[in-house]
Design a protein around this ligand. Structure first.
Ligand code: FES
Length: 64
């Protein structure tokens, strides 16, 4: 599913950037070689990044 139409960023790529350490959409987009254009995707992108990072923390906590 496309999250950012302006940059053609799909959800999988955004989740990958979050797993690689990007804490916010601007950082994730920069890691993917682009930057926000219209900005309409940013709230949804932030939700996805927060969700992915929370799931990583959960996995880390279970492994500890
Ligand atoms: S839809 Fe992402 S910047 Fe426009």
């Amino acid at each position: 599913m496309i999250v950012c139409v302006c940059n053609a960023i799909c959800e999988d790529r955004l989740r990958g950037a979050a797993r690689a350490g990007a804490p916010c959409p601007r950082s994730a987009y920069a890691n993917l070689g682009c930057e926000p254009q219209c900005g309409s995707c940013l709230p949804y992108a932030a939700e996805i990044i927060d969700e992915e990072r929370a799931s990583l923390l959960s996995v880390d906590a279970q492994a500890a």
